[in-house]
Design a binder for this molecule. Sequence first.
Ligand SMILES: [Zn+2]
Ligand SMILES: [Zn+2]
Length: 829
Amino acid sequence: MSTQYDHKAVEAKWQDRWERHRAAEVDLRNSHGKYYMLMMFPYPSGDRLHVGHGRNYILGDSLYRYLRMNGKRALNPMGWDAFGLPAENAAIQRGVHPRDWTVNNIKVMKEQFRRWGILFDWSKEIASCYPEYYRWNQWLFLRMLDQGLAYKKKAPVNWCPSCRTVLANEQVVDGACERCGTAVVQRDLEQWFFRITGYADRLLAGLDELPGWPEKVKVMQRNWIGRSAGAEIDFEVPALGEKVTVFTTRPDTVHGATFLVLAPEHPAVARLIAGHPERAEIEAWVETVRSTPRIEREGETTPKEGRDTGAVARNPATGEEIPLWIANYVLPEYGSGAIMAVPAHDTRDLAFARQEGLPVRLVYHPHGADGADGAEIDPAALAEPILHEGSIRNAPPFDGLAAGPETIGRFIAWLEGEGWGRGKVTYRLRDWLISRQRYWGTPIPVVYCDACGIVPVPESQLPVELPYDVEFTGREGNPLSRSKEFVETSCPKCGAAARRETDTMDTFVDSSWYYLRFLSPRDATKMFDTETADRWMPVDQYIGGIEHAILHLLYARFICKVLHDFGMVGIEEPFQNLFNQGMITRFSEKSGRIEKMSKSKGNTVSPDQLIEEMGADTERVYTLFIGPPDKEAEWSDEAVSGANRFLHRVWRLLDKLAEAPPTAPADGELERERHSTIQRVTSSMERFSFNTAVAALMELSNALFKALEEKTASRRICEETFDTLLQLLHPMAPHVTEELWERRGYTESLLEATWPEHDEKKLHRARIQLVVQVDGKLRDRVEVDADADEKEVRAVVLASPKVQEHLAGKELAKAVLVPGRLMNLVTRR
Ligand SMILES: [Zn+2]
Ligand SMILES: [Zn+2]
């Protein structure tokens, strides 16, 4: 009786059965052998997932099934990062409410996961847009407010003067409003922040405790935090009657500071230009720079612009008066918004000095090729700044010192001794701006009262729920501020009429602690249960895209440390191991290039059609086989069929088993193949090397197929090999293997079957000794594989030096093999 491989029927059957049996459900009270794996929860964007998205989930599910078969209590939950801008845009463009749109998208995505055969523990499903979830964002906010970790201050935002609304960075396209094309300006608004800068050093130190993270991600985080040690130096400005303080990482170049530059935002600017003859022009220019979006101002190619204030500052090191400028390339966030310009030793300063004809003075002179001091360099001829080399000249008492940390330290001590400055550490990291002037997010739980000021909403009144009934026009600010029912409230302190905060939280707040909520998903009394968290945290394996290397992971690490400090969780680092999958590329007709698969490039492949035609198992096997999973890989439609043929071949093996003989000569060979495959696949899985695991399984299926065709292995060994093949292949192709396993007569799911172990002894072919005769006389003994065929034995025998000696000058007529005993070489006489 032979049957066809009907992928549709097989996949529907097993998806249904896993669901009915709640195959992935974990009782969190028991954490013995726990393994918490987590794939970053997706944003339900409304676009159907394509095969490029599938890679993440497929490799995660394969890992999950592998862990289960290895006896781990594996937890693999899933939820939805459900707040965010696209939902609000959909409301504006299509008139559908963000909540309805999101809920529907979740349904669609969930069905896609199901059709891929991904096993999630849906009993722990969460969605950040529901009050049961976001009330804990609010609770966390209040706690942080109480501890001084949340605060409010003015900060610049992107503002469209025509739509009269705040824009997110991604809504600013080439400096213009994405919707109406009007030039975007910067505006200062009162906004809420989380004080992540207070954790900068701990966030840096924590990275050293994460050997299971890709080095690349750790470097990106370190750069983002951007710790720089240096000094503050005070420069006397006679026109102000006070000092201007600058921050520099190179206090050792202070003798070369030939001018001072302020950011246009610096508080001293207005007073400095008050009496300037071109005051009106400078003021207008300052205004233009201030309203330029920050991303543009930071751009490498943005032209440097500046204005001379006419005032001077005194360089404390040289006593000289140096000009005081304002320029667009100095940002108010850097140090104190003022820098000392050292054109000889800084790239941007040199470019600006050359552009404006400002003086250049060298502190360091490079060494000559022989290591000795080179000739004096003419500052006017300096084309490139001298950055970190040479030794000091003309700056007593430091002459002769070489560039480096030690010299910097001596300068700091000197500045401190003279009372001109002090050592200081700064960070590139800024506090986390969490305010969004949007509807579809967590309402920030504070109230404004004329009498009491900012009043936190009492915990007993949480959640502050988003009203459903609001109007989406895309204009005139935040839709929430137009909801009278929401805005108008009473002061929790004095009872007088008050206004609610209409800012909502950045969605990165939602994702900063969701891994803890999976452990207490239905707890209505607290954010999460500490005891459960301490048993299950940290996440053993976190899986997601490299695009989250900085912000999401940094915020999640930060909030985990905050919760640790609140005494709510023991660990400080939430993710023990991190894996970033590579992206899938494909040729794009639109651009004529091979590019990352994306809707906008028109080069996506829909899994729906592929699953219809060849099945989810085929997509899974191909996706895992496509290449090393952390590397970029190009999708090939032809190669998908290869994976499909492989599964059909595995299917046909079942029927062929019946044809195997009861005994056969080469059982040992197939046994060896089976054990070496177990070893290869296991070590591949441990290394996330799914592609080599699939390759090994293809080889095993070929070996079994050949043994059955040639009847060289016994039925018992063929069946054992086939069962092993199904077990090892289950993580990659779960449906077809479950079906075949059942047809083999097993009643338990493969998920419950134990992962096979290899037997070291069976990896090696059995060896036997053979007697070698030349013309009937014993001449040597050789060792060969027990199942070696005549050709192989002959090769070994002829390679023996003793045999060669006895054959010298003779011609070999024939070689007679007595299997397991001897080989006789007969020469021509
Ligand atoms: Zn606009
Ligand atoms: Zn009040």
